[in-house]
Design a protein around this ligand. Structure first.
Ligand code: SAH
Ligand code: SF4
Ligand code: F3S
Length: 465
């Protein structure tokens, strides 16, 4: 069956499920753990569920189906799932709720075994490559009362045409490529998401044009390694989109979309043509997420990152030269096997030099099946935590320093809504992703306006129109 036929087949299952769900007011609860790619997958899961007449609820106690879309990039994500499954057991016994567990963790065999053994009440276990088959899985549970395990261990495919129910109506995420070929030695993602595969440019552009029509102003292009995006020369509409730079240029042309972001590019694949496109663009936000992971060359080599500290810094310098006012955010792992205090200093050195707008900091977490997990020189937890705190301190001091630079400046803000903590205030973000709160009329929501920054409140800024 072709992928297109496969999706048509699932449409039929949606119709069949509707025979069970119509007039019943069925509700679903979904918990998404993990990255924005998983969030985007969950939006598709919600899209399918709503087509099957399930309505969203924020309370799992009243749901007829509870879904967990899991992550396994670090251990704490696993602990969280097992905690939640423990909670759900009682509800399942009382109400017969359908329990479905999917996502990255389900691509790990030892986890699936654990769920079958310790949480046998789960009805559906689905992986990252079989998400589109949820209607069929749900149908089989409703009709046959079967337990379903729908996981395949393949390199993965691209399925177009799934319904989608988005979380936000101002900003949207669009996955442009799936999977990863990089095999950084600490990382589980390539094992659970399969090899890299790109969507056709025509499908991506069609999706973004629709978003624009619906009023969205900002899109974030998603992928584990967006700058290894590859176009398809057989794509009828966009055969000339060969790479990420070409794709960005096409997206730039879409009217109505005013901001373009992307995560994550890999430093080793950051080519000059992409830098050129960013420098000429009016829409690509001048903040680039450039995952560093570590600043020491030996550690980087053991991580299999394929760049050195010097190359990373040279790339940052090159971009700063070609793109006025560009700033950076990053990901850093502390306590990779074998990392010495001295080597960790190199990471701090890069942080001092680049002065990131934002740093996502992680304590190294052993992942079964990865190369780093087999390394003998694992770092004791205590040292990892010490390094984490040291990094955190540096980052926090830099962020407050950075925030001060905003005071008195005029920033373009995309207004996202009312502030969560104060109904009288509006909230939005700068191009560099800083949250800004200010007084204003609700009619400004979903508009880009100019705000003068007046105050630094550590985690956000205050300003006035
Ligand atoms: N593809 C992206 C992000 C992948 S996962 C990239 O290459 O940047 C998001 C982040 O989780 C990574 O950037 C890394 O900093 C962190 N991470 C991945 N595996 C980890 C592990 N085993 N322990 C701790 N952090 C990890
Ligand atoms: Fe993981 Fe590295 Fe791939 Fe990112 S590039 S998903 S860190 S293997
Ligand atoms: Fe986690 Fe899967 Fe994303 S492992 S970080 S949810 S790709």
């Amino acid at each position: 069956m072709s992928n297109k036929q496969e999706i048509e087949e699932q449409q039929k299952f949606i119709e069949k499920v509707k025979e069970y769900t119509k007039n019943k007011n069925y509700k679903y609860f979904i918990l998404t753990m993990g990255c924005q790619l998983n969030e985007n997958d969950s939006e598709k899961i919600c899209g399918m569920l709503e087509k099957m007449l399930f309505q969203k609820t924020e309370k799992y106690e009243e749901a007829d189906i509870v879904l967990f879309n899991t992550c396994c990039v670090r251990e704490n994500a696993e602990d969280k799932l097992f905690g939640k499954l423990g909670e759900i057991k009682k509800i399942k016994e009382q109400r017969g709720t359908i329990v479905a567990v999917g996502g990255c963790m389900m691509q790990e065999q030892h986890i699936v075994e654990k769920i079958k053994k310790s949480y046998p009440f789960c009805d559906i276990i689905f992986g990252t490559h079989t998400l589109h088959k949820l209607p069929e899985d749900i149908y089989n549970v409703l009709k046959e009362k079967k337990k379903i395990k729908d996981i395949i261990d393949i390199d993965g495919e691209v399925y177009e045409g799934l319904p989608i129910k988005r979380n936000d109506n101002i900003k949207a995420s669009v996955t442009i490529m799936y999977g990863c070929n990089n095999f950084c030695s600490y990382c589980i993602v390539p094992y659970v998401r399969g090899r890299e595969r790109s969507r056709n440019a025509s499908d991506i552009i069609k999706e973004i044009k629709e978003l624009s029509k619906e009023g969205y102003k900002e899109v974030t292009l998603l992928g584990q390694n967006v700058n290894s995006y590859k176009g398809n020369s057989e794509d009828l509409e966009y055969p000339n989109v060969k790479n990420f730079a070409d794709l960005l240029m096409e997206i730039e042309k879409i009217d109505g979309i005013e901001r373009i972001r992307f995560i994550s590019p890999h430093p080793k694949d950051f080519t000059d043509d992409v830098i050129d496109v960013i420098s000429k663009s009016n829409k690509i936000c001048k903040i680039i997420h450039l995952p560093l992971q570590a600043g020491n060359n030996e550690v980087l080599k053991n991580m299999n990152r394929k760049y050195t500290k010097e190359q990373y810094l040279a790339l940052v310098e090159k971009m700063k030269k070609k793109i006025p006012n560009i700033v950076f955010s990053t990901d850093i792992i502390v306590g990779f096997p074998g990392e010495t205090d001295e080597q960790f200093e190199d990471t701090l050195d890069v942080v001092r030099k680049v002065k990131f707008e934002q740093v996502y900091m992680f304590i190294y977490s052993r992942r079964v099946g990865t190369r780093a997990d087999k390394m003998e020189n694992q770092i004791p937890e205590e040292i990892k935590h010490k390094r984490f705190n040291k990094l955190k301190e540096l980052v926090e001091s830099q962020i407050s320093e950075n925030n001060k630079k905003y005071i008195g400046t005029i920033q373009k803000i995309l207004v996202e809504g009312s502030s969560k903590t104060n109904e009288n205030m509006l909230t939005g973000r700068t191009e560099t992703n800083k949250v800004v709160n200010f007084k204003g009329d609700k009619e400004l929501i979903n508009k880009i306006i100019l705000i003068k920054i007046t105050e630094d409140c550590q985690w956000y800024l205050k300003g006035e129109i």
